[in-house]
Design a protein around this ligand. Structure first.
Ligand code: ATP
Length: 901
């Protein structure tokens, strides 16, 4: 590897065939891209294929099944052995296929979150996908970005980089462009930026020296994000539950075996019966059902534009009680247009729409000439020169590059000649970049005429005016600043929901004083620019849906309190009556006494001028009140709050890489409505898992009990072990798993959030398991006995019992489709998978009953019409009991919810 850190920048740039102002040409870059390949690292390798296949069998329930298969094989019970093995294999196959699909979906999503980079090519700054970078490209980096390739720094200001992904060192490293000694370790090479590290603050640009696997990161193959795993708190809970269940079931089987032996039965058939009991009682579909349901949930969320980065989020989303959301870009479109400019001598209106730089500055219906008003000239010049954004024409559309707030200020300056004049007159020599803590940006310029230096600043009104001692009049003279008049003007503009930024200038300044402290009281306010950022169309209804679902929505914004509350009111964000709505600013929060903090936070809907640090405290406060908090964020400093929130949500478009890295979920379109959609899907996923559990436990228990009761009573088995295995294999896969495909229930967003600590097995569920299992066993015994008393042979009576058992499972499957009401409400045809499953099951039962080969293998026999009539009658009775039980349970639930009982 060439030691770029030991050579002067110019030498490095030249050796890469580049130019330190024009960069590479597009044609050279294109050729290099072809030769070197894209700037991406091979996908993170998780478990190998073989390991992933084997992991499908890594479950105590499956161990028991495998042991049972081996034992039956040794006993020469080939049919039993092959049926058990088939159960295991089919489940593993389904699980594997679904898991692979889910992993592939998650991986492709990860690559969707690919970054972009700003490069200079042919002397023009443009944005390209970071995949397209080649050695020799000149790349700029800014706070929040992930460095896209290994760079030798050409220039930097106060650049701080978090290199922990590379060096493990968690404190940020300061960077500069000095030449270093050859022996300098990677961690100390301060003139280099390494791919995959995160820019914390400052700015800089460098020349790409290595891409893809040739970077330090690629070289050591320590990939930034680890392998994807499909595990959530629920899956671990289920794993523990499975282990417990296995012990209970194996214990029962052993007991049954012992009882049989004591009673004098021979060992071999008793052993087969014990195995059938165990196999019947084991809910082997459970692991596959969990994987499939989560995988389907992830895919459904993607369809609704929410990318889940950590799977537990799918589950946690369902129990979210508070959503803390940013305003700009999430509740609003972040398409800014300056509508008003205020100067001490009056307010102007700006005409024109969107980013097209066409429009006029109007006062009392008359167009204003900027040349007549120095304050206005400086405000527009400040807005456009103290700025990193640009607008350009793409086809017939005006598009922006950079921050929309800044772009709006460029556009308004372009509507006059000021943008051009400022660019000609002022050469930028240094920058204090915008930072959400500082809330302003300042630039140092050299005037082309006269060579003096001047500073421009723009930002939050309170911050900028703090630094000002005076304000500028139309004739260019400076008078003492009247803060109350400024506040009044801001209040009037902000009450209309407009975002207001102040602009200021220091007409003459020593470059040495150009620091955050040095600017204090040196600035002169030139004006206020008020911009419109319209709320997103879908947000009002999404907020209403959250309220109906018992979820509170709180706005946490860096913007002004009045602007924030005007927008919040427009969107109906605070569900409290108007006189109880509260707005708190970051400063007010800091001043609150410790004891009053949590109450105040709970009672407030809008938090304005909040710093990222305060966000973290807000999350912690809400969590201390038992809330499950979803929190959005986009900036570098939002990472701690995003990590602490139960669900950190980053913005796909406007978010920084740092925020995305810290988040559990990324919104592809930055839209608040997507969060609401994801919550809805999260609730759906949890419902479907519960439905599967509610279905599988009683049916499995019933299967085990039929055999257990027979052995304990010492009677003939009403259903043979092979038949139990048949029921088990077919119903788990063909019927139960289909519940994973259930669409969301209507009214899913009209329920309160699920308490996160609610146990898997509620008392209602335990009771229902016992009831349905009891009904299954009684039904099977009843038909077995009546068929025999009618004179039917043993195989016929057993076949009738098997068919009744399966018929009840089908009816119960339908009942499980809805947890909150009658299933028929959902429409019989709304889940085609279930219809398909039921048809396959019915076909399979017909084959089992009437096909001679099946009769031979499973010991069944064709049954007569009268047996079917009895089966249907019994099923009807059982269905009535099941429906009645559900009805009573739901009534009780709604009484509890209504505050009764
Ligand atoms: P939200 O947190 O809802 O996204 P926000 O975008 O207003 O709100 P910040 O980006 O932290 O939050 O901005 C805080 C304030 O800083 C803004 O209200 C504005 O006054 C000022 N500001 C925003 N962007 C810039 C910028 N590029 N240059 C100077 N000042 C800015």
């Amino acid at each position: 590897m060439v030691d770029h850190h030991t050579r002067a920048v110019g030498e490095v740039v030249a050796s890469l065939g580049s130019d330190d102002s024009r960069g590479l040409s597009e044609s050279v870059a294109g050729r290099r891209l072809e030769a070197d390949g894209p700037n991406t690292l091979p996908p993170a390798h998780g478990d190998s294929l073989l390991r992933r296949v084997l992991l499908q069998f890594h479950n105590p329930l499956i161990y028991v099944l495998l042991a049972a298969a081996a034992a039956t094989l040794l006993l020469g019970e080939y049919v039993d052995a092959s049926v058990i093995l088939a159960v295991v294999l089919v489940n593993a196959l389904v699980g594997f296929v679904q898991e692979s699909k889910a992993l592939a979906a998650l991986d492709s999503l990860r690559s969707m979150a690919r970054g972009e980079a700003r490069v200079v090519r042919d002397g023009v700054v443009r944005t390209v996908l970071s995949d397209e970078l080649v050695a020799g490209d000149l790349v700029a980096v800014e706070p929040g970005e992930k460095v896209p390739a290994d760079l030798r720094l050409v220039e930097s200001t106060e650049l701080l980089v978090d290199e922990s992904s590379l060096t493990g060192e968690s404190t940020s490293v300061a960077k500069n462009d000095d030449v270093l000694a050859e022996a300098t370790r990677v961690a100390d090479r301060h003139n280099m930026l390494y791919a995959g590290t995160l820019v914390r603050s400052g700015a800089g640009h460098g020349v790409v020296v290595a891409t893809a696997e040739r970077t330090e990161l690629g070289g050591i193959h320590r990939l930034v994000s680890g392998a994807t795993v499909l595990a959530t708190p629920l899956t671990s809970k289920l794993t523990r539950f499975s282990s417990l269940l296995t012990v209970v079931i194996v214990g029962l089987a052993a007991l049954a075996f012992a009882v049989g032996l004591i009673r004098g039965e021979s060992a071999a058939p008793m052993f087969t019966a014990a195995v059938a009991l165990a196999v019947g009682a084991i809910p082997e579909g459970l692991p596959a059902a969990v994987t499939i349901t989560l995988a389907i949930g992830v895919k459904r969320m993607v369809r609704r534009r929410a990318v889940v980065r950590r799977l537990p989020a799918v589950e946690t989303l369902g129990s979210t009680t508070v959503i803390c959301t940013d305003k700009t870009g999430t509740l609003t479109t972040n398409e800014m247009t300056v509508r008003h400019i205020w100067t001490p001598e009056g307010e102007l209106e700006v005409t024109g729409v969107g980013y097209e730089p066409a429009g006029l500055l109007v006062h009392d219906g008359v167009a204003v000439d900027v040349a007549d008003n120095r304050a206005l000239w400086w405000s527009l010049a400040g807005g456009s020169a103290c700025n990193d954004a640009s607008v350009s024409l793409d086809g017939d559309q005006w598009v922006i590059s950079g921050d929309p707030t800044e772009a709006a200020m460029v556009v308004v300056a372009l509507k006059t000649q000021v943008a051009e004049e400022a660019e000609k007159d002022l050469v930028r020599v240094a920058t204090i970049p915008f930072d959400s803590r500082r809330q302003y940006m300042a630039t140092l310029h050299r005037a082309t005429s006269g060579g003096r230096h001047l500073a421009l600043a723009k930002g939050a009104v309170e911050r900028v005016t703090e630094l000002c001692s005076g304000w500028m009049m139309a004739d260019g003279t400076v008078e003492p600043l009247d803060r109350s008049r400024v506040e009044e003007a801001v209040g009037a503009l902000a009450a209309r929901g407009l975002r207001v930024l102040a602009t200021a200038v220091a007409a003459e300044i020593d470059p040495a004083d150009f620091t955050a402290d040095g600017l204090d009281q040196r600035l002169v306010l030139t004006g206020l620019q008020a911009m419109l950022d319209p709320p997103r169309a879908s947000v009002t209804s999404a907020i209403a849906a959250c309220h109906a679902a018992g979820i509170e929505v709180k706005m946490i914004t860096g913007d002004h309190a009045t602007t924030a509350s005007a927008i919040a009111n427009e969107l109906g964000l605070d569900h409290r009556p108007p006189h109880e709505r509260r707005v708190l600013t970051g400063a007010e929060l800091t001043d609150l006494p410790h004891e009053a903090y949590d109450d105040a936070v709970a009672a407030t809907g809008v938090f304005a001028r909040v710093s990222p640090e305060e966000k973290l405290r807000l999350v912690e406060s809400l969590q201390s009140r038992g809330h499950v908090v979803a929190m959005t964020g986009d900036g570098v400093n939002d990472a701690p709050a995003l990590r602490t929130a139960d669900i950190g949500i980053a913005m796909g478009r406007g978010g920084t890489d740092v925020a995305k890295d810290a988040a559990d979920m990324v919104l592809v379109d930055d839209d608040f409505a997507t969060i609401e959609a994801a919550v809805e899907e999260g609730r759906g996923v949890f419902d479907n898992l519960t439905k599967f559990i509610v279905w599988t436990l009683p049916t499995n228990m019933g299967e085990g009990l039929v055999i257990l009761v027979a052995i304990l009573l010492g009677s003939t088995l009403p259903i043979l072990p092979t038949q139990i295995l048949w029921i088990n294999m077919t119903t788990a896969v063909v019927l139960g798993l289909m519940l994973a495909f259930e669409p969301r229930e209507p009214g899913i967003m009209r329920r309160p959030p699920r308490a996160p600590d609610r146990p898997l097995l509620t008392t209602t569920l335990v009771w229902r398991t016992a009831l349905v299992a009891g009904l299954l066993v009684t039904g099977a015994w009843w038909i077995f006995a009546t068929e025999q008393s009618r004179g039917a042979g043993l195989p016929e009576a057993r076949t009738a019992a098997v068919n009744l058992f399966v018929a009840v499972q089908i009816v119960y499957l339908y009942s499980c489709r809805s947890l909150t009401g009658a299933s028929w409400r959902l429409g019989l045809l709304s889940n085609r998978w279930i219809i398909g499953g039921v048809l396959v099951q019915v076909g399979a039962q017909a084959a089992l009953t009437y096909l001679p080969i099946m009769n031979q293998v499973f010991g069944t026999a064709p049954i007569e019409a009268v047996a079917w009539i009895r089966i249907l009658a019994a099923v009807a009775v059982i269905a009535v009991v099941v429906v009645a039980d559900k009805y009573v349970a739901l009534r009780r639930l709604s009484r509890i919810r209504d505050g009764g009982v």
